[in-house]
Design a protein around this ligand. Structure first.
Ligand code: HEM
Ligand SMILES: *[C@@H]1O[C@H](CO)[C@@H](O)[C@H](O)[C@H]1NC(C)=O
Ligand SMILES: *[C@@H]1O[C@H](CO)[C@@H](O)[C@H](O)[C@H]1NC(C)=O
Length: 511
């Protein structure tokens, strides 16, 4: 069904829960006929001309109060209190622009994507892997070729044909069951690293990822957990140069270099096994892309450094996000036991004891269960991933300079009382009826436009395939003797941190 047709249908159907003119517009950017998140034509002329030459009042954006950016529990929530649609200021040495409203984010990330589609320089990334990788590529041909490969791979091997991916998750569910059945008090985020990293490497290497389970378990997991722990302590080294000399930063850089070196060994071993054949796993497709590009430039040395950096970027974008959201999910289930049992009744009623599969999510046969996951993504504070302007532009009537860091306040949009009914309430019902049409446009945890998260469909399926079987088999309760749930609070953090709940423990009871 074409996007236009879908749009037409949903425009005529009143869905509860959302109140706004943005209601049912879809997130597709312009210039993307096959809707795979990649522009079909990409005009690479960036001559610095304004998209909209008329910025009538020659205004600069309102000034950001720097106090809002200091360490605090929830910077995005504080920024949401200010009525300004966009704010400009400085974060340490970095000039910063905050897009504090949906229509401004849309104007920048959809209409002016060629100006707002790059990523800024990042100190830590540069120290670890130089300018290599995928995530930081400018919005241009190389980025496009990678993004196309990644999205096609997700679509063909995870979304449309979830069988292999399901198998990979089933194996890890057995592992989790073994741990949960002990009935011990458990920090769920601590036991998810192994399952999710193994699923990730299944995507990268296909079934032959089992060649590397030893490397994953003994090397990657401990290094990765260290990296996650250090991240909040080092993130500001990018904009506060004096932080760069501190121990955690040095440790973080050293630790990440170790991860890259283990990854590189794994990648080399993978290709050692099939020196001339190019297989179907994501690693194979990415390597082919690099080789073609080097050949076109007349270089024939395929170093594995670029491939390693790309795979590290993907790992960082994939696994921590899923761990974080599952961690929030179980915290919500402890705080909303009525929702938990409603999810369980839905699972019992429609699955009748059989195991859930990917097709169940694609067919939306458990809309309340899916809603319970989406509602966590909506309501829990989001991380923000940076963009950068590559030319001066006129945005929302304001003059915006070139080369500044741009941050969308995604949390504000997902919790804006003009766009959502009682946004402060956790209510899976708000997604339930409309789920077969997608999500409302104001649901933006994956961002918008052509550079939004390409893993949205994978992320939704991934979480569904963990949550459904676990809630089918277990009831999750707080560890406190009086049954009181741990608070729905996040750790204090910096603007670009991954937002994790205050650590908590739960107990799983067999149902
Ligand atoms: C619930 C989990 C996730 C959330 C909330 C999330 C959110 C985001 C956001 C906000 C961005 C920045 C987009 C922008 O600049 O506009 C992003 C980028 C990205 N995400 Fe996700 N993501 C999640 C999971 C995943 C998964 C599972 C994958 C892969 C399977 C993935 C792959 C990526 C990639 C490759 C990018 C970079 C896109 C580019 O630069 O072109 N993400 N994600
Ligand atoms: C923002 O609003 C919330 C509640 O409406 C309040 O708790 C918080 O202190 C406010 N933040 C600032 C910086 O005013
Ligand atoms: C953009 O800004 C960064 C620092 O934030 C700087 O390192 C870089 O050289 C600048 N690029 C251009 C093209 O001015």
């Amino acid at each position: 069904m074409s996007v236009v047709l879908k749009l037409a249908i949903v425009l005529f159907i009143a869905l509860p829960g959302v109140t706004s003119i943005y209601k049912y517009a879809y997130n597709a950017g312009s210039d993307d006929e096959n809707n795979d998140g990649v522009p079909d034509s990409l005009d690479l002329n960036r001559d610095g001309k304004l998209d909209h030459p008329g910025c009538p009042h020659n205004k600069a954006a309102p000034v950001l109060n720097p106090a809002l950016l200091q360490t605090r529990d929830e910077p995005y929530r504080d920024l949401a209190n200010t009525s300004a649609s966009l704010l400009q200021g400085n974060l340490g040495i970095r000039p910063l622009l905050i897009l504090n409203q949906y229509d401004v984010q849309y104007e920048a990330f959809v209409h002016q994507i060629r100006t707002y589609g790059d990523r800024p320089f990042d100190y830590l990334t540069n120290e670890v892997q130089g300018q290599r990788g995928f995530f930081n590529l400018p919005f241009g041909q190389t980025w496009k070729s990678y993004r196309q490969i990644i999205m096609r791979y997700y679509s063909n091997n995870v979304i449309r044909q979830p069988i292999g991916f399901e198998q990979s998750i089933k194996a890890e569910l057995d592992y989790l069951r073994g741990i949960l059945k002990t009935g011990a008090k458990l920090d769920i985020s601590q036991v998810l690293a192994r399952p999710l990293l193994r699923n990730f490497f299944f995507m990268i290497f296909g079934t032959s990822f089992t060649d590397f389970t030893d490397d994953i378990d003994k090397k990657i997991i401990p290094l990765f957990v260290t990296s996650l722990t250090l991240r909040p302590k080092v993130i500001d080294a990018d904009w506060e140069p004096k932080k760069r000399e501190t121990e955690p930063v040095k440790l973080y850089i050293e630790n990440t270099k170790k991860i890259l070196s283990v990854l590189k060994t794994m990648i080399q071993a993978h290709f050692m096994k099939k020196p001339n054949g190019i297989g179907n796993a994501l690693a194979d497709k990415l390597r082919k892309n690099i080789q073609q590009r080097l050949e076109a430039k007349g270089e024939d040395t395929c170093t594995f450094d670029e491939l390693t950096a790309v795979i590290w970027d993907l790992l960082q974008l994939t696994v921590p996000g899923i761990i974080r959201n599952l961690n929030w999910y179980f915290l919500y289930m402890l705080n909303y036991p009525a929702v938990q049992s409603k999810v369980q009744s839905e699972i019992d009623q429609y699955l009748k004891g059989r195991a859930a599969n990917g097709q169940d999510q694609l067919n939306h046969i458990l809309p309340y269960t899916e809603g319970s996951i989406l509602e966590v993504l909506r309501i829990s504070p989001h991380t923000a991933i940076k963009r950068r302007t590559n030319a001066p532009s006129c945005l929302h009537g304001y003059n915006i300079p070139s080369n500044i860091t741009v941050v969308p306040n995604l949390w504000k949009v997902s919790n804006d009382p003009h766009l959502w009914e009682k946004p402060e309430e956790y209510r899976p019902e708000r997604f339930q009826d409309g789920i077969r049409f997608g999500t409302p446009a104001a649901f933006v945890p994956f961002s918008i436009g052509l550079r939004r998260c390409p893993g949205e469909a994978v992320a939704k399926m991934w979480m569904f395939l963990y949550v459904t079987p676990l809630l089918q088999e277990f009831k999750f309760i707080p560890e406190a003797i009086d049954g009181s749930p741990p608070p729905l609070e996040s750790l204090p953090r910096r603007l670009f941190d991954l937002i994790t709940p205050v650590p908590y423990k739960l107990i799983a009871q067999m149902r």
